[in-house]
Design a protein around this ligand. Structure first.
Ligand code: GLA
Length: 394
């Protein structure tokens, strides 16, 4: 569903929940990372795109006139109440820590909307590795911008949202997810240099290809602790190599230092150094519409994440094996796990003509091999966060 159609639905849901029409509606997309995994916190490159799955908020000034932001979710989970007349701190329910962290950051910048009644509806699957949390953060920031008329610089906005995730949700994420949710552009991938924070839009011009997303529908518990330990291992490798970050290391220098580090640290660094290179090559391949090359880079990324970085899992590997067995003949150029890992989604570069067949075959083979139903869909590269309805538009 497009965000415009979704907005119409959310306006109705707001009216049911609060008994009047919303004055503001904003949307922020989830993302899929085409390549460049676990490189963002190593100052490397990433190549994500925003997807046609959104966190949407509809809002009006608080009916009771209090300085409290009330956020209800259409799923009926416990609502979040945030008192904006006092310092905002993490609290319960836990899902509220994403908007809380963003609101705290906005208040610190003088962006204070006062009390609000808000309804949230998200179509980004939770825990699916498609950045449902970044979408929620960026959606909250966009709502406060729309209401106060104070627009932040996009980089500043993305960093504010990342800080919310670090300090309020306790997840030491990199900058990719928030950047793409803010800066996505229709029909483009975003090549982001995570060191300089410079971005370059890479057009996907060929109507014969599409990105297909397959959700394993599993999320393994260890994800958060393992993420933090990967970051620490990368820092250990940088220290041994005498560089600020693995962005500055080369495969040759790593090989020369092999005896100075344990095998796990060596393999983590090998993944990151190789992945940064693959990402730049993939961007070139996309510019040239050289799909077989891009596909091979995606497979290579997966093997490296599976064997060296060890963030894949059986279900993701099964999806990639199915993709390989379908092959280019069956319409798949390449496939890899996407996002942090340990479950969530795989992304495949496919021929548009073959999408229906591929979806059928992937779903049935995955069910046979794992006993689990996958959720499979295609998405065009979508635009970044947007104000669908502003104060003047009603
Ligand atoms: C998660 C983080 C991102 C990035 C990816 C791995 O999605 O939020 O910052 O590190 O994992 O590429």
């Amino acid at each position: 569903m497009s965000y415009l159609d979704l907005a119409v639905q959310v306006a109705q849901e707001f009216a049911q929940a609060y008994g009047r029409s919303p004055r503001w509606i904003v949307a922020a997309p989830g993302r899929v990372n085409v390549i460049g995994e676990h490189t963002d916190y190593n100052d490397g490159f990433v190549l994500p795109m925003a997807i046609e799955r959104y966190a949407i908020m509809a809002a009006d000034k608080a009916a009771n006139g209090r300085d409290v932001i009330q956020i209800r979710d259409v799923s009926g989970v416990e609502p979040v109440l945030i008192d904006v007349s006092a310092p905002v701190k993490p609290g319960m329910p836990k899902w509220g820590n994403y908007p809380r962290g963003v609101i705290a950051g906005c208040l610190a910048r003088g962006i204070n909307p006062g009390g609000l009644d808000v309804l949230l509806h998200s179509t980004v699957p939770l825990g699916g590795g498609l950045s449902s949390s970044a979408a929620l953060e960026v959606c909250t920031a966009t709502l406060l911008e729309a209401i106060t008329g104070k627009k932040m610089d996009p980089v500043d906005k993305a960093l504010l949202c990342q800080k919310a995730e670090h300090e309020f949700a306790g997840v030491p994420c990199g900058i990719m997810d928030q950047f793409i949710s803010v800066m996505g552009r229709e029909n483009h991938l975003l090549l982001l240099d995570c060191r300089s924070r410079k971005t370059e839009l890479v057009a996907v011009n060929d109507p014969a290809v599409q990105l297909l997303i397959a959700n394993t529908n599993v999320k393994h518990e260890l994800a958060n602790g393992e993420y933090a330990s990967r970051r620490a291992q990368c820092e250990a490798a940088s220290t041994i190599l005498g560089v600020d970050s693995l962005r500055d290391a080369t495969a040759g220098a790593l090989e020369n230092a092999r005896s100075k580090m344990d095998d796990v640290v060596f393999r983590r660094a090998r993944h990151v150094i190789g992945e940064i290179e693959r990402t730049l090559h993939a961007a070139d391949g996309i510019r040239a519409s050289n799909w077989p090359t891009v596909g091979q880079l995606m497979y290579a990324s997966h093997y490296s994440l599976r064997d060296d970085y060890e963030v894949s899992c059986k279900e993701l590997d099964v999806l990639v094996e199915i993709a390989e067995s379908i092959g280019i003949q069956g319409g798949i150029y390449g496939c890899r796990m996407t996002g942090g890992g340990f479950g969530g989604c795989a992304v495949a570069l496919v021929k548009r003509d073959s999408v229906t067949e591929i979806k059928k075959r992937m779903a049935s083979d995955y069910k046979t091999k794992t006993g689990i139903e996958a959720t499979i869909f295609v998405s065009h590269p979508a635009g970044g966060a947007t104000v669908v309805r502003g104060a003047g538009a009603i």
